[in-house]
Design a protein around this ligand. Structure first.
Ligand SMILES: NC(=O)C1=CN([C@@H]2O[C@H](COP(=O)(O)OP(=O)(O)OC[C@H]3O[C@@H](n4cnc5c(N)ncnc54)[C@H](O)[C@@H]3O)[C@@H](O)[C@H]2O)C=CC1
Ligand SMILES: O=C(O)C(=O)Cc1ccc(O)cc1
Length: 376
């Protein structure tokens, strides 16, 4: 059961004041996105270093200790899944907000925990933003993390319609598309599209421990794509997997069957003309499945930045000079990616800029003697 949420208030948001409890990657990213839309944000985290960093990044101001005179519109619990129910209960008891949501990657266990602790389910709309990174903490936060992503909302039957509308608006303010589904359906879906893929990536990445340095030196983009998410925090992922154990185990069994059949077929193969039908079957189904993922035809709305590769020599100060040259041309660098081939004295710095600034930057850098490669 699922439905898209049509409650769109447009214009000036009704959600004007938000409290974010947990200022790690997700909490700080939500807070930054809301701040960029003019929302007043108060922050809280038991780790003072995380809280200070989030505040320094402009994600909001620290939440005052005492009970607020006026509750915020929405409180977002962006803490590890196992503590979400208790954080929610304390927040509701303090009257921090009129409506509550969370960001945990699992939903049935959070709802069960909230029920067990006697949380008010009329004002709680469990949520899950489907944007993330393989890094933790506020230092990895980005205001555009949720742009064009789905944001699952899993209200129980007891939730007020106004609470669902308010949380839906929070998701839209972060640039995401809210999608309502029940907690069990959510957990089955994310087992397939997030949790089992994470475990499969980790299992592949664990094989890399067996490779010697020369094997790893041959690694190209393919293995990096397949293993990227394996860089996530093992503690957090163990908690996520343990809270969605049966659905994830089911998907992993299917993967294991395909891999076992593939390995068996390859072991039986006698020469290049061997019948590899089982292998081909997995490859065919894999290609069809990959094609079912939305995104290729425009579902993901990331900012359309122009990317300008600049080949630079690997020497001290070169990045500083490049950034100064861009600044002198009046061009703001939105993002930067550095690729350095070990053993070579050169590297490529890819500068992301607003499309309308690209020509100016190309002209200015070329005139100053930089090796720019637009359109690559
Ligand atoms: N990492 C990812 O890509 C995604 C994670 N999520 C979910 O978002 C939640 C937060 O994950 P991340 O931000 O990645 O983790 P993180 O490790 O970057 O941040 C978690 C923060 O929660 C704080 N925290 C711990 N106990 C707390 C408590 N009792 N009250 C308030 N804050 C507390 C920690 O001090 C830390 O700052 C998790 O439930 C996770 O399942 C959802 C979407 C994506
Ligand atoms: O890194 C990615 O591509 C992700 O999809 C990250 C992610 C991790 C955990 C979630 O609960 C949701 C999204």
């Amino acid at each position: 059961m699922e439905e898209t949420v049509t409650t769109d208030h447009g214009g000036r948001p009704d959600v004007e004041r938000v409290v974010v409890l947990g200022t790690g990657l997700i909490g700080t990213s939500i807070a930054l996105a809301l701040r960029s839309r003019g929302v007043d944000v108060a922050l809280s985290d038991p780790d003072p270093a995380s809280l200070r960093m989030a505040a320094d990044l402009g994600a909001g101001r620290p939440l005052e200790e005492n009970t607020p005179a006026v509750p915020a519109d929405v409180a977002v619990v962006a803490a590890p899944p196992e503590v979400v129910p208790e954080v929610l209960k304390k927040a509701q008891d303090r009257g921090l907000a009129q409506v509550y949501t969370d960001a945990a990657s699992v939903k049935s266990s959070v709802v069960a925990g909230a029920e067990r602790l006697g949380c008010d389910l009329a004002t709680f709309v469990p949520g899950h933003p489907m944007g993330g990174r393989e890094k933790s903490g506020p230092g990895a936060a980005r205001s555009d993390l949720f742009l064009g992503r789905s944001w699952a909302l899993c209200p129980t039957g007891k939730a007020d319609a106004g609470a669902v509308a308010a949380v839906s608006q929070v998701s839209r303010l972060c640039g995401a598309d809210p999608l309502v589904l029940d907690p069990a359906a959510h957990d089955r879906a994310v087992a397939l599209v997030s949790h089992a893929p994470h475990m499969a990536a980790s299992a592949m990445a664990a094989r890399l421990l067996e490779g010697d340095a020369s094997a790893l030196a041959l690694a190209g983009q393919g293995v990096r794509d397949v293993t990227r998410v394996a860089g996530g925090d093992p503690g957090m992922w163990t908690a996520i997997l343990s809270h969605n154990a049966a659905p994830v185990a089911g998907v992993l069994r299917g993967i294991a069957e395909d891999l076992t059949a593939t390995a068996h077929s390859l072991e039986q193969a006698q020469g290049p003309d061997a019948d590899l039908a089982p292998v081909r079957d997995v490859l065919e189904r894999g290609r069809t499945g990959q094609g079912r993922l939305p995104g290729k035809h425009g579902a993901v709305r990331r900012p359309a930045w122009a990317v300008l590769p600049v080949v630079v020599s690997d020497e001290p100060g070169v990045l500083g000079r490049l950034f100064v040259a861009a600044g002198e041309a009046g061009v703001n660098i939105e993002d930067v990616r550095i690729e350095h081939t070990p053993g070579l004295p050169m590297g490529t710095v890819s500068l992301s800029v607003l499309p309308e600034a690209e020509d100016t930057l190309v002209r200015a850098l070329s005139a100053a003697g930089w090796s720019v490669h637009p359109g690559r």
